[in-house]
Design a protein around this ligand. Structure first.
Ligand code: NAD
Length: 318
């Protein structure tokens, strides 16, 4: 039986920050009840504003009707009470800060609060699911659900099993995600960083190394990606691209270039220095680039609008 034939789930999203509000929005748009929990009142107050703004972008793009947007908002309840948020939920998605100790503590608390048949998921970016399983007595119902920012827009969600995850829970979460319009990608086994962040951080290591070594400015590194190979990444991944480009050429380039690529085992010195100075990126007004508030709002609104257009253009292209 597909999820569409089943009653929809009551769900809980734990953490109402950058990722949590987007995950809550996509679950509620798909018809699920959502309790959005956060211990921080500021995050709880911001979440509905961010969801409202995103729903408006979906409506402007003709992808959501007014009534569906209103229903979506009605289905989301905000809470600062972890027990009340979890008690009726059949699906819990943790989207708290990327801190192993915090996640272990939270997951252990959650397990004691939820129903025996509830499925517990973590949106960790990179922490091994096997590591997080240590928080739980019963890790058969635990898996990673790795979304991409903005979670309500980007289709991919990686489903990562722990060593004991029951495949029926992977199936169930996969169905829920497909029904919500996502493109779930199921890993055969757990690996730190999963698929997407291993790929993304391989690129970031090289990008930041080029800046660290004075080969190019951050702007020029970004321009090569944006106006070069990045343009086709929405249409095909690196392996299909290698087939199209010719595997003989790919082998020749790899044989020559791989030994010359960045292989640093520590983060970029420039990245470390910026963070040490409190220049942690757009949210602090300064990172590799300067981010006055107006520029940040314009750029994120433009990103979300163009991503929705891209989604419409690429839908059904295989
Ligand atoms: P964030 O800092 O924007 O939001 C985290 C929220 O969790 C905050 O609102 C905070 O108040 C709340 N919080 C703090 N302690 C908590 C607790 N004990 N229980 C529940 N909530 C708590 O962070 P984010 O970017 O939304 O990241 C959340 C998770 O998603 C992290 O594991 C991160 O690595 C992962 N992730 C982030 C991105 C991204 O691009 N930002 C993408 C994919 C996955």
């Amino acid at each position: 039986m597909s999820i569409i034939d089943k009653p929809l789930e009551q769900t809980a999203v734990l953490g109402a920050g950058t990722m949590g509000h987007g995950i809550a929005q996509l679950l509620a748009l798909a018809g699920h009840g959502v309790c959005l929990y956060d211990p921080n009142p500021e995050s709880l107050a911001n979440a509905p504003l961010q969801i409202q703004a995103s729903l408006e972008a979906f409506m402007d793009a003709g992808m959501v009707e007014l009534q569906d947007a209103e229903n979506c908002l009605d289905r989301i309840e905000l809470s600062a009470d972890l027990g009340a948020s979890c008690q009726d939920a059949g699906l819990i998605i943790e989207a708290a800060p990327e801190n192993l100790g915090l996640k272990l503590k939270l997951l252990s608390e959650v397990e004691a609060l939820v129903a025996k048949d509830a499925v517990i998921c973590s949106n960790t970016s990179a922490i091994s699911i096997t590591e997080l399983c240590k928080a739980l007595n019963d890790s058969t119902r635990f898996l990673g659900t790795h979304f991409w920012n903005p979670a309500q827009v980007i289709p991919c969600v990686e489903l990562i099993p722990g060593p004991d995850t029951d495949p029926k829970h992977m199936d169930r979460v996969g169905e829920i995600m497909t029904h919500a319009g996502k493109e779930p990608v199921r890993l055969n086994r757990d690996i730190p960083g999963f698929l997407g962040n291993r790929l993304q951080h391989a690129l970031q290591r090289e990008a930041m190394s080029l800046v660290d070594n004075g080969v190019a400015s951050p702007e020029d590194v970004d321009r090569v990606v944006r106006y070069g190979f990045g343009l086709r990444l929405a249409l095909m991944g690196p392996i299909e691209r290698a087939d199209l480009g010719g595997l003989d050429t790919t082998l020749a380039v790899q044989s020559y270039l791989i030994p010359k690529l960045a292989d640093n085992l520590e983060p970029s010195p420039k990245l470390s220095a910026l963070v040490k100075e409190g220049k942690v990126g757009a949210k602090a007004g300064q990172g590799f680039y300067e981010w006055p508030t107006e520029k940040l709002l314009d750029r994120t609104a433009q990103r979300d609008r163009l991503l929705l257009e891209l989604l419409k253009l690429t839908k059904g292209t295989g």
